[in-house]
Design a protein around this ligand. Structure first.
Ligand SMILES: O=C(O)CNC(=O)[C@H](CS)NC(=O)CCC(=O)C(=O)O
Length: 278
């Protein structure tokens, strides 16, 4: 059994300020006795255009944001899961970046990395129009869950939440905790956020940890907030809400016995003789 924290903040285009907000979240997580801190998608920065995003992106070893978080993790022996941007490794004519999540272990090392595979290209009437694929290169693989002191953790990012296959696949690979670091829009968040997260927890019989951006990032972008942790029975066991005046955490205990109990009580034997396995 271990206590973990989800952290919620409003990232802007100022990486220095975003790091300061994360330092507040680290302090709160340490004070609460948490054994890990989970931060949202794009915690390093949220820009107002593809051009601005391309101008801000840096490799992790040159990013004062990532280096600063690694220092925090080392100093407090607190592993941190965090969404960032990284330069593309491909040499193509169209310059694009990667939307990734990192696991920084308690030694401050990057021990796991996942690159977002589903990109958010939407045109909602009266709502947001966002074309993530204009500046972001999609990942090409699901990463197997990684071992932590409190269970096997798997990573997805934000819009990946709408694709149950990735959760099912991660569960099949042994995940006990599935993370959805996000920056959900307000209209889609109001309509879909909680119900999708709870569905992913119930159908995978896993803990779901969903750290989210909240509030106004710039003149164009506002995020829904409502970071939460859900247990394998689908109960919300920690939630932050939508206040955006200061960085905030919520904590919950990860109980692997509950994961075992739910999986034993309601065995989900897939009919892969009838439909394909994912
Ligand atoms: O732009 C960045 O730097 C960080 N990335 C994001 O904020 C991404 C792409 S625009 N947001 C989402 O995927 C929201 C999904 C969503 O809101 C939904 O599925 O309804």
């Amino acid at each position: 059994m271990a206590l973990v924290a989800v952290g919620q903040l409003t990232s802007t285009a100022s990486m220095a300020n975003n790091l300061r907000q994360c330092q507040i979240l680290v302090k709160k997580a340490v004070q609460a006795g948490a054994k890990a801190l989970f931060l949202p998608e794009a915690t390093d920065y949220i820009s107002s255009s593809a051009e601005e995003s391309l101008s801000l992106v840096k490799p992790v070893q040159e990013s004062e944001f990532v280096l600063g978080l690694q220092e925090e993790a080392r100093r407090f022996k607190l592993p941190i899961h965090v969404g960032v941007h990284e330069p593309s490794s491909q040499t193509s004519s169209q310059q694009r970046i990667k939307n990734t999540v990192l696991w920084i272990n308690e030694q401050g090392e990057i021990a796991h990395r996942y690159q977002k595979i589903h990109l958010f290209d939407v045109d909602i009437q009266g709502g947001p129009v966002l074309k993530e694929s204009q500046s972001v290169e999609p990942g090409m693989k699901i990463e197997p869950p990684f071992e932590t002191a409190f269970g096997k953790v798997a990573s997805t990012i934000c819009f990946d939440l709408r694709f149950p296959e990735i959760g099912i696949s991660l569960r099949r690979q042994g995940a006990e905790i599935i993370t959805y670091p996000s920056a959900f829009t307000v209209p889609t968040g109001q309509a879909h956020w909680e119900v999708l997260l709870r569905a992913r927890a119930i159908e995978t019989q896993s803990y779901v940890i969903a750290a989210a951006q909240v509030g106004r990032h710039n003149e164009k972008r506002v995020s829904y907030g409502h970071s939460m942790i859900i247990d394998p029975w689908g109960r919300i066991v920690a939630s932050v809400g939508e206040k955006a005046d200061e960085p905030e955490i919520a904590t919950a205990t990860i109980d692997l016995e509950l994961v075992k109990k739910v999986r034993a009580e309601v065995p989900l034997r897939r009919r892969t003789d009838v439909y394909p396995e994912v």
